[in-house]
Write a protein that binds this ligand. Structure first.
Ligand code: TZP
Ligand code: MG
Length: 211
């Protein structure tokens, strides 16, 4: 899992303005992403069958390229697709109950500080998403930005689990996140809104690899 977190693309249809989610995902895979999360959220997000069908198409693309496919929040969708895992936040219900429902699939949990990190691991998280690393416009309800320092604090407490940093990470800002102890970076905008998602992914991957 540590290696799989190197470059984690998080995305839904709402994040793709310049081209289709399928095209962005294919380019990102060609650029070197190592993990994908389907996060269909916010205004104009697809629901019901349309969400399921987009999830199915993106899952197929990931599958063809050996990229694990994680579903944000929606355990029913994750089970319907037989996806590789589920990612949940602090506000998404009991993590322990989710762990029990998804068996040995991957469980990712968002954590903002050391105590949330400890609780998430006790509940059965396979990896932690820690953030926000930097200011971001993508998620309106983010908590206080504490930067890569939070990851340093979690590592300093002896927590060795897979960790990915998230929030406002762009080319040039990934290195401090890795240097603080993360295994990788998770991004939305830096790839989905790039004029060339393939190059954007490649640059981020190289930046992570350089540490
Ligand atoms: N969780 C914490 S920050 C964030 C999420 C989903 C948004 C990340 O998006 P971006 O565009 O990479 O800042
Ligand atoms: Mg959530």
């Amino acid at each position: 899992m540590h290696k799989q977190l190197a470059l984690y693309l998080v995305m839904g249809s709402v994040n793709c303005e310049n081209s289709s989610p399928e095209d962005v995902l294919r380019d990102a895979i060609a650029g070197g992403i190592t993990l994908f999360q389907f996060r269909e959220k916010g205004p104009r997000a697809l629901e019901g069958t349309a969400k399921l069908e987009l999830g199915r198409r993106l899952f197929r693309i990931c599958h063809e390229h050996g990229i694990p496919f994680i579903v944000n929040d929606d355990v029913e969708l994750m089970l319907a697709l037989n996806a590789d895992g589920l990612h949940i936040g602090q506000e998404d219900g009991s993590a322990r109950a989710m762990r029990n429902r998804i068996g040995d699939k991957i469980l990712g949990i968002s954590a903002h500080n050391l105590s949330e990190a400890r609780a998430a691991l006790a509940d059965g998280a396979d990896y932690l998403g820690v953030g926000p690393m930097y200011e971001t416009q993508t998620k309106p309800d983010i908590r206080e930005v504490r930067g890569p320092e939070v990851i340093r604090e979690i590592r300093g407490a002896g927590i060795a689990c897979p960790i990915v940093g998230i929030g406002g990470i762009t080319h040039g800002k990934a290195a401090p996140v890795i240097d603080a102890g993360a295994d990788g970076v998770a991004v939305i905008t830096a790839i989905t809104q790039a004029s060339a998602p393939l190059e954007a992914a490649r640059n981020l991957r190289n930046e992570v690899r350089s540490r």
